[in-house]
Design a protein around this ligand. Structure first.
Ligand SMILES: Nc1ncnc2c1ncn2[C@@H]1O[C@H](COP(=O)(O)OP(=O)(O)OP(=O)(O)O)[C@@H](O)[C@H]1O
Length: 349
């Protein structure tokens, strides 16, 4: 399996980018870089995407998400900093070695599908396998299996324009899966889809990845999507990663006023879980049936309405973590108790 690590990554567009990076390192802000005729698209990004993890990069338009993801597979060269794929520094690779690395380890799924209109669905899906030089039988079998995985069995001989938007994006996903790379890079992959189809695609990705265990870097500007899909989320603002954490961590302990304002309208009852609120000092009534740590609060409410008393919480191995009380839930759901910075004036500049 493959992991991806980035270290002090910068991308500055414009004249004399290396000099502009030195100024950023010395404390210049993006406005000063803009005055010097440059754009600080990614500023000092460091993180590691763990094997099998879905790592979401979340930020508003122009925050640097696409620039960042394109540096992960070498489509863009960083102005400074390093990207390691499987421990190998890809910023030091030749063009040929980079292409080989991409074919071997990383597939990309794009917002606007990027399908070949004059090729059948099956040929589109087979593309990644054919550029890798796979044999004819292997290509046919791999493409057919990938179509089955995304629920498009039997659609292989159609053309992209005969399919709906959601089905086209399934083809895009199948093409990435057929290439059998460990890492999927998904750049706003579901953003062009209408809300119901988008949700179906999210569910499908979650189901698929429970089977396949790929390492996924998923870019989105949709916070709910980030929270549904991400094992961890990196919040970007004006080129910088301002926080990395699980949905619960970001919701409960936003790193700054900007993140706090961003998450203030999230439905906390869907994101916060019994495990996050379980208190080891609280004892539940004898004989009370435990709930799993991963249970969202909203699914705890019917029971608490009937019996407003502490509920025992257990982990995957059924070890007792503690109990969750109605008071703990009330406090976690109250914005004021949770995120006092949210009331501050925040500008998006
Ligand atoms: N090739 C380029 N030349 C100059 N500036 C660029 C280039 N590519 C991106 N930028 C600028 O870098 C900044 C970050 O852009 P980027 O596309 O990475 O953001 P994003 O978060 O992906 O936004 P969106 O969601 O709108 O795609 C923006 O100010 C953008 O205008």
């Amino acid at each position: 399996m493959t992991s991806v690590r980035v270290e002090r990554l910068y991308k500055v567009f414009g004249p004399q980018p290396a000099e502009l990076v030195r100024r950023l390192e010395a404390g210049a802000d993006p406005d000063e870089i803009a005055e010097a005729g440059g754009t600080a698209a990614v500023v000092d990004a460091s993180f590691e995407v763990r094997e099998g993890e879905t790592f979401v990069v979340m930020g508003l338009s122009g925050s640097g998400k696409s620039t960042l993801i394109r540096m992960l597979n070498g489509l863009l060269t960083p102005t400074s900093g390093r990207v390691f794929v499987d421990g190998e520094d890809i910023t030091a690779m030749s063009g040929k070695a980079l292409r080989a690395m991409r074919q071997r380890t990383m597939s990309m799924v794009f917002q606007h599908f990027a399908l070949f209109p004059h090729r059948t669905v099956l040929d589109n899906v087979a593309y990644g396998l054919s550029v890798r030089g796979a044999g004819k039988d292997e290509i046919a079998a791999g493409a057919t299996e990938a179509l089955r995985l995304v629920g498009l069995e039997g659609w292989g001989d159609r053309y992209p324009q005969q399919l709906s938007g959601g089905m086209r994006q399934r083809v895009g996903l199948a093409r990435a899966l057929a290439a059998q790379t460990d890492v999927l890079l998904m750049d706003e992959a579901f953003s062009a889809l209408d809300p119901l189809i988008k949700r179906e695609m999210q569910d499908q990705l979650l189901d698929l990845n429970a089977q396949l265990g790929k390492t996924i870097v998923f870019i989105t500007h949709d916070l709910n999507e980030a929270m549904r899909l991400g094992d961890r989320i990196a919040m970007m603002r004006a080129g910088r990663i301002v926080q990395i954490g699980t949905a619960e961590e970001i919701l409960r302990e936003p790193a700054d006023a900007y993140v706090a304002r961003f998450v203030q309208d999230v439905d906390r009852t869907r994101v916060l879980t019994a495990g996050a609120l379980a208190d080891p000092r609280v004892t539940a009534p004898a004989g009370a049936e435990p709930v799993p740590a991963s249970l969202p609060l909203k699914d705890l409410f019917p029971r608490m309405r009937e019996h407003p008393e502490p509920v025992p919480v257990v982990d995957d191995r059924r070890q007792l973590l503690g109990a969750v009380t109605p008071t703990a839930i009330f406090e976690a759901l109250s914005h004021e108790a949770d995120a006092p910075v949210a009331v501050q004036e925040v500008s998006d500049a």
